[in-house]
Design a protein around this ligand. Structure first.
Ligand SMILES: Cc1cc2nc3c(=O)[nH]c(=O)nc-3n(C[C@H](O)[C@H](O)[C@H](O)COP(=O)(O)OP(=O)(O)OC[C@H]3O[C@@H](n4cnc5c(N)ncnc54)[C@H](O)[C@@H]3O)c2cc1C
Length: 637
């Protein structure tokens, strides 16, 4: 497997501009001759499709929702980072770069992260030009707030609905191109297979989710911007539809899968209430700007929070991490919450919760100011829990939220399959072992608006244009593979619903490959996940037919892929004999319970290569070189 990262030479701060100069161009008249497939219409996909179409390429864009506007990006609440330094509090491109490398616990590529920080400033200008209504402060400048892992305020926001406003902007840009005929939009279409011809990605097989028909679409290049796989845990903050199918199909066709075990658990979610639940809700990290996290000092203290005096409360993040306090990064804040709950000091039913308390901020700023900043989040919390967070502290607990792992890509965002590009959360690129808050939107839009428009041209200009016939054997084989798999799913004479398998897989992974992992648990999971998968193919029941709208079939296909991915995550977690960022192997921790890296053996990206049905995948490594930021123990104390 070729893992040449194609990092440009030269000083860090000149790499991207030099690279852009060295990339080949396609002249404007020739761009019209090329076609590109974009799977996904979230921030990365909509931004990428609109930008490529604006350049003149013919774009086909696919999503499984009824409208591109419903992509999961719409759920993003808190904000988007950029090194504008409007508050004049010491920010810079270099500081954003440094914070992100450190935040990822030194498991991301320096060059990628620097480029991300560099283009962050352009993203804000682009979004403002598209009409995104970012919050403004009194003087008229765009307002900023703080997110975890940073000591500056660099997060741009639109109340608690930043993703929605950004997506409306990207969607408008996309709609403009649809109107011009440069983009053909295919909503309610799910990609189920990648078409590879002569070693290059040349198309996709999609299922029309309304009619059930299978279609093959061909192009000169394919982009996947299909989001993350956090729903592998069944319960997560992700939209219910988020899944792994697109990138998993590409992995099975030869694309390397990087760091699958790097999954982010977010510290501030509404706690699980029972078996019936199918979804968890995030309370944005932005709330930690004003909310203070605490638990009672005494084990088993069941008094209502207002009756617990100040000196009997443990503001454990402020105590343990005085420099960052409640804005400690997510991996650290999540583990700290787990520790106090494991210690018997958790609050709420089952003791699986900690308080996020606004009483001090309400006293200092007034209720109106808090309502102005976080009103929609407070309302959401009250609707779900029937508790008024203006009066009693919120109860929160960590939950699966984001995946740093994904398809491996080089500096040009190209996977190990030539012609297959991967954007946004679907790739592994910039966050290392832990993503800092408000940096996913930044990365998705950087990929879509500012990187793929350059790197796609270079690939096309260097690749001879060869048409692929609709009846090419690779095309018919890919369609047949989807048809056979669908028929297989429908033919299982089983008794268990896809959801029951899914729930069991999620619980298993949460327990053995979630916030904390250890060798014994991972080895057990590596026995149990394949056994569950084997039972799935023997005992699942999928109702309805192939040629109709069939949500049971849709879910079954996604669960089948999660059952394979879950095993790869455990393999990856077991092979990485260290703790770093969100990957916390209990065997490797410092005396005070912090992650203990092993840079000598694991300062690399782990990339898995599929070897075919029933054969163990092979683990490759892309070494990571730190030339600018020196490897150091990550501390927020
Ligand atoms: C509740 C919540 C709040 C968040 N808040 C923030 C925040 O404040 N700041 C921040 O930076 N990040 C935040 N994040 C993370 C961020 O929202 C995501 O990482 C980001 O939006 C992902 O964008 P994307 O374009 O990569 O993918 P998505 O928005 O997930 O879009 C995926 C697209 O791919 C399509 N798709 C997927 N599979 C297929 C298939 N097989 N066939 C066809 N189409 C397919 C979907 O239809 C969709 O259009 C939050 C995440 C959650 C869960």
């Amino acid at each position: 497997m070729n893992l040449e990262a194609r990092i440009p030479s030269g000083p860090l701060e000149q790499k991207w501009s030099r690279h852009r100069f060295e990339l080949k161009l396609v002249n404007p008249a020739n761009k019209r001759k090329y076609s590109v497939i974009m799977v996904g219409s979230g921030l990365a996909g909509a931004g990428g499709a609109a930008s490529l179409a604006e350049l003149g390429y013919q774009v086909k864009c696919f999503c499984y929702q009824d409208s591109p506007r419903r992509a999961h990006s719409i759920a993003a609440q808190g904000g988007i980072n950029a090194a504008k330094n409007y508050p004049n509090d010491g920010d810079s491109v270099f500081r954003l770069f440094y914070d992100t490398v450190k935040g990822g616990d030194f498991r991301a590529r320096e060059a990628n992260v620097y480029r991300l920080a560099e283009v962050s400033v352009n993203i804000i200008d682009q979004c403002v030009a598209l009409g995104v209504p970012f919050a403004r402060e009194y003087g008229g400048l765009l307002d900023n707030r703080s997110f975890g892992g940073a000591q500056v305020s660099r997060t741009f926001y639109a109340r608690g609905q930043t993703g929605q406003q950004l997506l409306l902007g990207a969607y408008q840009a996309l709609e403009r191109q649809i109107g011009r005929g440069q983009v053909r939009m295919f909503p309610r279409h799910e990609m189920q297979e990648l078409i590879v011809v002569d070693g290059r990605a040349r198309g996709v097989v999609v299922r029309d989710l309304v009619t059930g028909e299978l279609e093959a679409h061909l192009a000169d290049a394919v982009c996947l911007a299909t989001g993350g796989y956090g729903n592998v845990f069944y319960l997560s903050t992700n939209a219910k539809g988020c899944n792994t199918t697109a990138i998993w199909r590409a992995y099975r066709r030869g694309a390397g899968f990087a760091n699958p075990c790097f999954t982010q658990i977010h510290p501030t979610c509404i706690p699980v209430t029972g078996e019936h639940q199918s979804k968890l809700t995030l309370m944005s990290e932005s709330l930690r700007n004003d909310g203070r996290i605490w638990v009672p000092k005494q084990k088993g203290d069941t008094r209502p929070p207002v009756r617990i005096p100040e000196d009997e409360r443990d503001y454990y993040l402020e105590r343990k991490y005085p420099s960052y306090g409640n804005l400690a990064p997510r991996d650290i804040a999540s583990r700290a919450a787990k520790q106090v709950c494991d210690d018997g000091r958790g609050v709420g039913p089952g003791g699986q919760g900690v308080y996020l308390d606004f009483s001090e901020a309400i006293g200092r700023l007034g209720e109106d100011a808090i309502r102005e900043k976080y009103g929609n989040l407070f309302e959401m919390y009250e609707r779900i829990t029937a508790e008024d967070p203006y009066r009693v502290p919120m109860r929160i607990y960590p939950a699966s939220h984001y995946t740093m792992g994904g398809l491996w890509v080089d500096y040009n965002l190209m996977s190990t399959i030539p012609g297959l590009f991967v954007l946004g959360e679907a790739n592994f690129s910039d966050h290392g072992a832990n993503r800092l808050g408000a940096s996913a939107l930044m990365q998705g839009l950087a990929d879509g608006y500012f990187i793929i428009p350059y790197t796609m041209g270079d690939y096309l200009a260097r690749t001879p244009r060869t048409p692929v016939a609709g009846d090419h054997p690779a095309v018919t084989a890919a369609v047949a593979a989807v048809r056979d798999r669908t028929a297989r799913l429908l033919a299982v004479p089983g008794k268990r619903t896809p959801t029951s398998f899914y729930r069991e897989l999620g619980r298993l992974l949460w327990e053995q490959c979630g916030m904390a992992r250890n060798r014994a648990g991972l080895e057990r999971a590596l026995g149990e996940v394949p056994a569950l998968r084997e039972e799935f193919w023997r005992n699942v029941t999928v109702t309805g037919e192939a040629g109709e709208l069939n949500q049971s079939l849709e879910l079954a296909g996604r669960v089948a892929d999660f059952l394979e991915l879950g095993e790869l995550m455990c393999r990856d977690a077991l092979a990485r004999d260290e703790s770093c960022g969100c990957h916390f192997r209990e065997e490797y921790q410092t005396e005070d319970g912090e992650a203990k890296r092993n840079d000598e053996r694991f300062c690399h990206v782990a990339v898995w290569e599929h070897q075919g049905e029933g054969r163990a995948p092979v683990r490759h490594q892309e070494p990571l070189d730190y030339e600018t930021v020196h490897l150091a123990t990550r501390s927020y104390k």
